[in-house]
Design a binder for this molecule. Structure first.
Ligand code: NDP
Ligand code: 8X3
Length: 254
């Protein structure tokens, strides 16, 4: 039986790279994203290789998610994998300077959107059973604090704990859950974070040899193809160039 993967946020970065990687391996694809033109172009390209179903969707829109998933064509109905990838960070300003709307957007996308796709697709993953898997895109930001990470990092800490808790509830179903926790990766992520500022985007990656979306896709492909009796609980990746900074100390008092 052909395996099918449902990928949220396939119009760029990790999601697009995963779509290409799984298409190369002959998996059927359900691809989602808000940017219709990009999604259509990717679906048209990959449909030369494999079966593809595109859904123009905002993961924050629960009703739209419900009806799109309910209406999935029968040939895409049983899923072997869900890659909960759609997500974003907005800004790196310190908390007191942040816009509450940006915080809402991160919570609604990174937390609530991921919950909608997970809950709505669980029955289809359970129907597949042994060998199925959910890949959540966490982040090192969910593991370690850094200035300006506030809600973004907290949303990824939610994803980390939700992944662990989900595993407990899926015992006996054969469905696996993995939290992928990347560090610095080159993608439109930083363009979104810096509101389209190309100079800050370039400066983020300059000289750092960041992880590439293809590296993440290869990692996810490997995780989903480990033997069915193994669950990779979490996997944290950083470029070799990235390590931890020391604690910060305010010395303005002496
Ligand atoms: P990109 O910005 O390249 O891709 C993000 C994808 O998410 C796009 O396809 C975008 O599609 C989609 N998306 C964003 N908001 C929504 C929404 N409301 N509804 C549907 N789709 C949405 O970033 P990356 O590929 O780098 O990031 C993918 C994931 O990996 C994110 O969850 C991110 O937090 C996480 N991550 C990224 C790291 C990095 O350094 N790049 C490191 C660690 C984790 P569209 O705009 O068309 O909707
Ligand atoms: C993205 C990685 O370090 O910019 O999740 O938070 S980081």
């Amino acid at each position: 039986m052909t395996s099918t993967v449902f990928i949220t946020g396939a119009t760029s970065g990790f999601g697009e790279a995963c779509a290409r990687r799984f298409a190369d391996a002959g998996w059927s694809l359900v691809l989602t994203g808000r940017r219709e033109e990009r999604l259509n172009a990717l679906c048209a390209e990959l449909s030369k290789q494999t079966k593809v179903h595109g859904l123009v969707l905002d993961v924050r829109d629960r009703k739209a998610m419900e009806s799109a998933i309910e209406g999935l064509p029968a040939e895409f109905a049983t899923l072997r994998a869900l890659i909960n990838n759609a997500g974003l960070a907005l800004g790196v300003d310190p908390a007191p300077k942040c816009d509450l709307d940006d915080w809402d957007t991160m919570v609604d996308t990174n937390i609530k959107g991921l919950l909608y796709s997970t809950r709505l697709l669980l029955p289809r993953l359970i129907a597949h059973g042994r060998g199925a898997g959910i890949i959540n895109l966490g982040s090192i930001a969910g593991n370690y604090p850094y200035p300006g990470s506030h809600v973004y990092g907290a949303s990824k800490a939610f994803v980390k704990q939700f992944s662990l808790n989900l595993r407990c509830d899926l015992v006996g179903t054969g469905v696996r859950v993995t939290n992928i926790e990347p560090g610095l990766c080159e993608s439109e992520f930083s363009l979104v974070r810096f509101a389209g500022d190309k100079e800050r985007y370039d400066a983020t990656y300059a000289g750092a040899e960041p992880i590439q979306p293809q590296d993440i896709a290869e990692t996810i492909f490997w995780v989903l193809n480990t033997p069915a009796h193994i669950n990779i609980n979490s996997l944290e990746l950083m470029p070799v160039s990235q390590t931890w900074a020391g604690f910060s100390i305010d010395r303005s008092r002496g």
